[in-house]
Design a protein around this ligand. Structure first.
Ligand code: MG
Length: 381
């Protein structure tokens, strides 16, 4: 389901100890705020509004570099004002869902988002909650009372609402009072807020020791994904073929709508496959005149951009070309270098191999040429 998101990163986070405000601190090699934005984008957010303090717009540019679909706006003096600044910047329709999230909870995933959106179907708001495991006491120095934990829950974020309803609820909130979360604003306006199972991993980083724990957890929050691509093109009249981004003189050409670079097409499909993002034909329809005779490096560059847009990173590529002719060996190193350049990888992470089919099949008979590619990618969980 299509949804928008507001990530609040404008707080000072005084309890986290001296140093940079929380959102800009490094956790596992990336700014804290980047974790949430990547998590929401890879969960399918159509737009993410990041609310930052007035002097932090350039920090947002640096921390979120390469991601697509986010915009930073400046917040207000309180969290409530910042949330409202974020809501005002949304472009989604009134009835569309918005997830409001604290940047201090870095480990949000598609699973969390899906649960909230499902619960929002039946309520005016939906929030993740956890039970209270510890016994609760009230007092100052001495215990005055023990409080029953029954029906008590800890509220986390993201919290889900319809854009129009939560904006209206904030307009009705009494000035001077400070809500501690967005659900309480919806509750005060008379809305029904559903509780969904929370997750200890949605913990809020508050104290210095929370950052140490997050650092340990961060290592397991990126996953390795692998994509495969296969392509074939028929030989036809001509005197040159494009393969692996390299021009090769030959006594035949390859037939195709674009430049028919079988190797780059297989790699493009492998990159898209690794992130579950369709295939080359879906993004570049062969019926579209724009791609007639097109240089295939732009297809691969586009696919690499799709990975980067959701916070992913390409790790390695392995391409196999299957043909009797032309001979690949003399061009192998040039192909590796060109592909490495397109993928943004060092050459040693790119492999180009060639094989024949011993005269068998369409490649053996010289009717056409085939390519297979495998690409590995690291993405948010
Ligand atoms: Mg092709």
């Amino acid at each position: 389901m299509s949804f928008s998101a507001v990530v609040v990163a404008a707080g000072a986070g005084a309890r986290a100890g001296p140093g940079e405000p929380k959102a800009w601190r490094d956790v596992g090699g990336r700014a804290l705020v980047r974790w949430s934005v990547e998590g929401l984008l890879s969960a399918g957010a159509r737009e993410v509004i990041v609310v930052v303090a007035r002097d932090r717009l350039s920090d947002a540019d640096a921390a979120l570099e390469g991601l697509k679909g986010w915009k930073a706006v400046t917040g207000g003096k309180t969290r409530a004002e910042s949330v409202q600044a974020g809501l005002a910047a949304l472009t989604g329709r009134r009835d569309q869902p918005v997830l409001i999230h604290d940047a201090a909870r870095p480990f949000v995933t598609r699973e969390h988002v899906d649960r909230l959106l499902a619960a929002l179907e039946l309520a005016d708001g939906a929030i993740p909650v956890l039970p209270v495991p510890d016994t609760l006491k009230r007092g100052e120095g001495l215990v005055e009372a023990t409080i029953s934990r029954e029906s008590l829950w800890r509220a986390q974020t993201p919290q889900a609402f319809r854009i129009g309803r939560i904006k209206a609820a904030y307009r009705r909130w009494p000035t001077g009072e400070k809500p501690t979360d967005d659900a309480s604003v919806m509750e005060r306006a008379g809305g029904h807020v559903a509780m969904t199972p929370g997750d200890p991993l949605l913990m809020k980083l508050t104290y210095p020791q929370d950052f140490l724990m997050a650092e340990q957890l961060a290592a397991g929050r990126r996953i390795l994904r692998v994509g495969q691509g296969i392509d074939a093109h028929r030989f036809g009249p001509g005197d040159v073929v494009w393969l692996g981004g390299i021009r090769i003189e030959h006594d035949l050409g390859l037939v195709g709508h674009s430049d028919a670079d079988c190797g780059l097409h297989a790699l493009t499909d492998a990159v898209l496959g690794a992130i579950g993002d369709g295939d080359i034909g879906e993004h570049f329809p062969p019926t579209d005149p724009r791609w007639k005779g097109a240089s295939s490096d732009q297809f691969l560059t586009y696919a690499v951009g799709r990975v980067a847009a959701q916070g992913g990173r390409i790790l390695s590529a392995d391409l196999t070309l299957i043909c009797e002719r032309p001979k690949i060996g003399p061009h192998r190193q040039a192909m590796r270098e060109r592909i490495a350049d397109l993928l943004g990888l060092p050459v040693h992470r790119v492999s180009v191999k060639a094989t024949t089919t011993e005269g068998m099949g369409f490649t053996g008979r010289g009717e056409g040429l085939m390519a297979q590619a495998i690409v590995s990618v690291e993405t948010p969980l």
